[in-house]
Write a new protein. Structure first.
Length: 734
């Protein structure tokens, strides 16, 4: 009976919102937010990193050099995997062989590969073709009423490491670590192990500096603690600092707007993506400190960052830089993080290591911090803000007039079909929380007008969804790409048992459970910044969806200046919130975290396929078809006012094409041609294995139980770029 009541209530909420709130806006001219250029948009600041009386980084230029070298260096992984291995193509991954994972992250489904569209069994070392996409298909892809003809719960992602258990890493010579390898239970063909594949598609790192949190589930915390991706959640985090008396002590960092540093640590410590299990950053420090960066890879003499330090000379490509890693670290970072040379306080390598009797140095123990912050500064230079859309002159209404007529019409289609409600602001995403918040006063048209506005000054909001009114994390959305059981997304937990979601923590805060709040931003959430009101002071009687005086309400403690919703300045009392949380039949205090994923930028989207968190779409046309038919699955947290059947796109081919052309106008030609700052060293990328998904034809030198790699060689490119443009993902299929 409860399920029926909830469904009826959700239906009534839909009808109310659509008829009173949404429908009039759909008919209005110039509906919703206006897309705006990125040039000049503020990059979130990191106080204490480069400024103040005692900054962590004392030479920004050297830190960027260090970061670019580390990002592209194949020595970083245990078996030749660099950070760039999954981000070498417009910041994303366009490989097509051995890119399948059997299930999504944190899924409860059986870890088994699905049948491909042709009826064959997919799996490790499969070569993907155009005919394999999309992973959810119907006999009428633009209609919500189409009959499902294919549905796969596999994921197209990125091949990483072979895995194994870490034993040792040499400080010179070979790039591979010594690891005990065995046949993986999932990733193998016959008796040969293949490289493991991540359970989510790799999003682009270009413009990722604007994201408040990174990864599809937001687990790369906005606060960098120095030694893990978990911010203030990790009780053991910290770095070793030399004090004025000459001793050292472990201290916590709390660098805000540093999600990219958190992400960097998480990736380089992942035994699916980059390393053998149990390798630490201190082990990586011992491996790299005295090596020349990129010693196995060519570096272009005109590289925009590395050129002056490259061993190459004009017209003559050579491998590596002239200066070892430890020199760059000493030049870039405050000496208190590396200048203590006594050993014994920082642990030692495992007994299997040839140097296990020699304890780590402070510089080795802090290598994770050097690595993460250098990568963050380098990736912060990867800002794509020079697309045709950005360069275009604009008329008095803010409309770009130098785009093709089709792309100009496409921008209006983009707005009227509600794409702009999630892909909002200059980076085309709500996940750019800080930048959007800073711009809302100076560029108000980017976030709406007198007809309709989207709140961007906060991290938690309240929205109408399929499952009723729910709290949502700003920058995340459930679109129904896959069922919730395939991948919970933001609904997951950290290793300490805490929810990843801010929304789930906020409900605990209102109910008086302060121990349930592990991210400090949650304490500053203002209810008046939410899209819908949580409580109403003008209502006395009981209401099924809103707290009223009948429940017990109170004014928010924060100031009410610049509130998005002046009626939303109330919240329930602690007692009312506790009672609601304890009510198993509640219709208020619901979280929309499960099945929600970070909203990606649309910049360079032409080049960053495959698409969605499961990589299940190969083309932009398939993405537009997905939204035209109202998604694949009616998950509870899907916002029906933003994702619904689009009759215009279904029946008018011109509008469909116009929207496609507008999206293509967001491609930066510097990215397409790998011009500075998007130039890079050489990279050798594993691309499946010798053989196919039925038989392996060669053995890997690393171990008799592993398959030999096939590779792609990505040439070194200098600041002037390449004459060979990057192509959309679909062009690399077949």
């Amino acid at each position: 009976m409860l399920i029926t009541i909830k469904k009826i209530t959700a239906f009534l909420v839909k009808i109310f919102i659509l008829t009173i709130f949404i429908a009039p806006k759909l008919l209005a001219d110039g509906f919703g937010p206006l897309p705006v250029p990125l040039k000049g948009a503020p990059v979130p600041e990191v106080p204490g990193l480069l400024d103040g009386p005692d900054p962590i980084i004392v030479d920004k230029e050297k830190a960027i050099i260090l970061g670019k070298a580390l990002f592209w260096d194949m020595n970083v992984g245990s078996d030749g995997v660099a950070c760039a291995t999954c981000h070498f193509h417009a910041g994303a991954d366009r490989r097509t062989k051995n890119q399948l994972a059997p299930i999504g992250r944190d899924s409860d489904l059986p870890e088994a590969f699905s049948l491909m569209k042709d009826g064959s069994l997919g799996g490790p070392n499969t070569t993907l073709t155009k005919d394999d996409f999309p992973f959810f298909d119907t006999d009428d892809p633009k209609s919500h009423l189409g009959t499902v003809t294919y549905n796969s719960d596999d994921v197209v992602s990125s091949a990483g490491t072979f895995g194994g258990v870490f034993r040792d890493a040499s400080g010179s010579g070979t790039m591979t670590d010594s690891c005990d390898h065995s046949l993986d239970a999932v990733f193998h063909v016959g008796a040969k192990g293949t490289r493991r594949v991540e359970p989510r598609n790799a999003p682009t790192v270009i413009n990722a500096v604007f994201n408040f949190r990174n990864f599809w589930d937001g687990r790369a915390n906005n606060i960098f603690n120095g030694s893990s991706e978990w911010g203030d959640r990790d009780p053991d985090a910290g770095v070793w600092v030399k004090n004025a008396e000459g001793g050292v002590s472990k201290e916590r960092l709390q660098l805000v707007n540093s999600s990219l540093a958190s992400q960097s640590l998480a990736t380089a410590a992942n035994s699916v993506e980059m390393i053998c299990e149990n390798r630490t950053f201190a082990d990586l420090g011992r491996k790299l400190l005295f090596r020349l960066p990129l010693e196995h890879q060519h570096v272009h003499w005109n590289d925009s960052v590395l050129g002056n330090y490259a061993s190459s000379t004009e017209g003559q490509l050579r491998k590596g830089l002239k200066m070892p890693y430890y020199i760059l670290i000493m030049q870039a970072f405050n000496s208190k993080y590396w200048s203590y040379f006594e050993r014994g306080q920082f642990g030692a390598p495992p007994p299997s290591s040839a140097t296990h009797g020699l304890p780590y140095l402070q510089a080795e123990a802090n290598f994770g911090m050097f690595f993460a912050l250098a990568l963050q500064l380098y990736q912060s230079t990867l800002i794509s803000d020079d697309s045709p859309f950005d360069r275009s002159a604009r008329d008095e209404h803010g409309m770009p007039i130098d785009l093709s007529e089709s792309a100009q019409r496409g921008q209006e289609v983009f707005r009227k079909t509600h794409c702009a409600l999630c892909h909002i602001g200059p980076n085309f995403t709500l996940s750019a929380v800080v930048t959007n918040s800073l711009l809302q006063k100076n560029v108000p048209e980017a976030f709406g007008n007198e007809v309709f506005r989207i709140p961007v000054n906060g991290i938690v909001t309240l929205l109408a969804t399929n499952g009723g009114v729910k709290f949502e994390d700003v920058g995340f959305s459930a679109t129904g790409v896959t069922p919730d059981e395939n991948d919970p997304g933001l609904g997951g937990l950290d290793p300490f048992g805490n929810p990843l979601s801010f929304s789930s923590q906020y409900m605990q805060l209102l109910a008086g459970n302060e121990a349930g709040v592990v991210d400090p931003y949650v304490e500053n959430v203002r209810p008046c910044d939410m899209e819908l009101a949580l409580a109403r002071g003008d209502l006395n009687g009981p209401h099924p969806l809103i707290f009223t005086h009948a429940d017990g309400i109170q004014l928010q403690q924060q100031a009410t200046v610049d509130c998005f919703n002046p009626l939303g300045i109330y919240l329930p009392t602690v007692e009312a919130a506790q009672a609601e949380l304890e009510n198993p039949d509640r219709l208020r205090f619901l979280s929309g975290a499960t099945g929600s994923f970070k909203i990606p930028t649309l910049r360079n989207v032409e080049l960053t396929g495959p698409y969605m968190h499961n990589g299940g779409m190969a083309t932009l046309e398939q993405v537009i078809e997905f939204y035209t038919r109202d998604g694949n699955f009616d998950v509870d947290a899907k916002e029906f006012s933003k994702i619904f059947s689009q009759s215009a796109l279904r029946f008018d081919p011109q509008q469909f094409e116009d929207l496609l052309n507008f999206l293509k106008s967001l491609t930066d030609e510097r990215v397409r041609h790998q011009k500075a700052p998007f130039d890079h060293p050489e990279l050798i990328v594993s691309h499946g294995h010798v053989g196919d998904n039925h038989a392996i034809q060669a053995e890997n030198p690393l171990s008799a139980v592993l398959a030999a790699d096939e590779v792609l060689v990505i040439p070194a490119v200098g600041a002037e770029g390449s004459n060979e443009p990057l192509l959309p993902f679909e062009d690399y299929l077949d």
